[in-house]
Ligand binder design. Structure first.
Ligand code: 4AD
Ligand code: MG
Length: 428
């Protein structure tokens, strides 16, 4: 038998086909057995009449969900069947039997988490992982097309970067080491070599927060470019996001439907995205009944509300007060006291991207560090980026799982990563 995928078989639509996969559903009587088979591409119903399979009937009758089989048969259109087609089987080979599969629709989140390695076989998860893969690939493609070099930083580092309290510490041959929280410090140095750089890599945050939008290990898409200003930075962010969405719409229609994504909403995404300042955003919130003062930080519920108030679409919020920003964000000379920074907010999710034009001046950075009582310690090498030919530069970080969850319309990023790590889960 020469096998084709179920999707290919459906595209063929008639004649003899050979397919293989895992049993998704089964039912039958002592005269006929119906099996819905799945592979990574689709599902299809297969009919086994007993009279054709008398010799193998006992084995066929015993088949359970998730057993693996190879089948040959005639495919034809059948509007009543799950994918609109049905195969009338002429041959079957049972490849791997299955015990009673420990996944069913009555399992709670905790048990599904324990059995994550098996739950990944579900249509929802398979489809989500395919969408994730397409998104990643599209982002790589976009960056290469725009002249960025992919370059990695280590995951093990001698010092923390984004903030001390949220860092995982580990024992490195008797010395302390930390799991990286961001690629940025490395990037701000090597852009002096490669000019425009990006990476897609795991970042780690020891945050105890159990929100649907946090995991302790997430995939971080980070970008940094020499000679880039805030507007260039935002253009790359919105360009890359729209490109990835277009690509997924083109290539993953089946998967988008399987996860129940809002395809019409995805089609509406077009760069440029709306831009507002932090000050305007505060006003907008207060007009809608929130009680915020200038200087307050947005929580995720304010962020989600803002995306909703601004047309239920992506919105860039720029110029946060410096007091809310890290020492490396630049100050806007046109709006002193505010940053050349942005957060990109997504409806239903909140913050999805965080970026800025960086402060290029060593003296100003040193002042900011002093004011915030931060001692860079073992990270002092970072400042070499400002000591040897500092240039204007900008960059951002995007949480891949937040992006994928938003595309799929999920209400948690845990379904946008194969094996989510949370404060209460480190296995499987
Ligand atoms: O806002 P963050 O902490 O910014 C940085 O790390 C910068 N160094 C990025 C840069 O400029 N290169 O993280 C960036 C993004 C957030 O907007 C969010 O989407 C995601 O990373 N993120 C998380 N995603 C899932 N779980 C977590 N615990 C996350 N923490 C941040
Ligand atoms: Mg942030």
């Amino acid at each position: 038998m020469s096998f084709i995928s179920i999707k290919e078989a459906i595209a063929k639509g008639k004649g003899k086909v050979s397919i293989r996969g895992w049993i998704h559903r089964e039912r039958g009587s002592n005269k006929i057995k119906f099996i819905v088979l799945r592979d990574s591409t689709e599902i299809i119903q297969i009919v086994f009449p007993r009279e054709k399979f008398e010799k193998q009937w006992e084995e066929i009758d015993k088949l359970q969900i998730e057993a693996s089989i190879e089948v040959e048969g005639e495919i034809k259109e059948d509007k009543r069947a799950p994918s609109g087609y049905e195969i009338s089987a002429s041959k079957i080979k049972i490849v791997g039997e299955s015990n009673e599969f420990p996944i069913n629709k009555d399992l709670n989140e905790e048990l599904l988490g324990d059995r994550r390695h098996l739950w990944l076989r579900s249509r929802k998860m398979t489809s989500a992982m395919k969408i994730r893969s397409s998104v990643m690939f599209a982002m790589h493609e976009y960056m290469h097309k725009n002249g960025f070099t992919e370059i990695e930083a280590p995951s093990l580092s001698g010092a923390a970067s984004e903030g001390g309290s949220e860092v995982f510490e580990t024992n490195y041959f008797g010395k302390k080491a930390y799991l990286t929280q961001s690629w940025q410090f490395y990037a701000e140095n090597f852009i002096h070599a490669v000019g425009k750089a990006y990476a897609m890599a795991p970042s780690f945050r020891a945050e105890k927060s159990k929100t649907p939008w946090h995991v302790t290990e997430f995939w971080h898409f980070e970008v940094e470019g020499a000679w880039m200003d805030l507007l260039d930075d935002m253009k790359i962010a919105e360009g890359c996001i729209s490109y990835a969405i277009q690509k997924v719409l083109k290539e993953n229609e089946t998967e988008l439907k399987a996860v129940g994504a809002n395809i019409e909403m995805l089609k509406k995404v077009k760069a440029p995205f709306k831009r507002v300042t932090y000050e305007e955003a505060i006003k907008k919130l207060n007009e809608n009944g929130h009680k915020m003062k200038y200087g307050d930080d947005f929580g995720s519920s304010e962020e989600r509300s803002l995306a909703k108030y601004y047309g239920d679409n992506f919105v860039f919020v720029t110029n946060y007060p410096l007091g809310l920003l890290k020492f490396y964000h630049g100050e806007d000379p046109k709006k002193p006291g505010t940053g050349t920074n942005f957060n990109l907010l997504a409806p239903g999710v909140g913050e999805m991207v965080d970026g800025s034009q960086r402060e290029p001046d060593l003296k100003k950075i040193v002042e900011r560090l002093k004011k915030a009582k931060i001692d860079l310690g073992a990270s002092d090498w970072y400042l070499d980026s400002r000591r040897y030919g500092s240039v204007p530069h900008a960059g951002f970080g995007l949480g891949l799982e937040r992006f994928v969850a938003w595309i799929c319309g999920f209400d948690t990023i845990k379904d946008a990563i194969p094996f989510p790590r949370t404060p209460t889960r480190i296995y499987p």
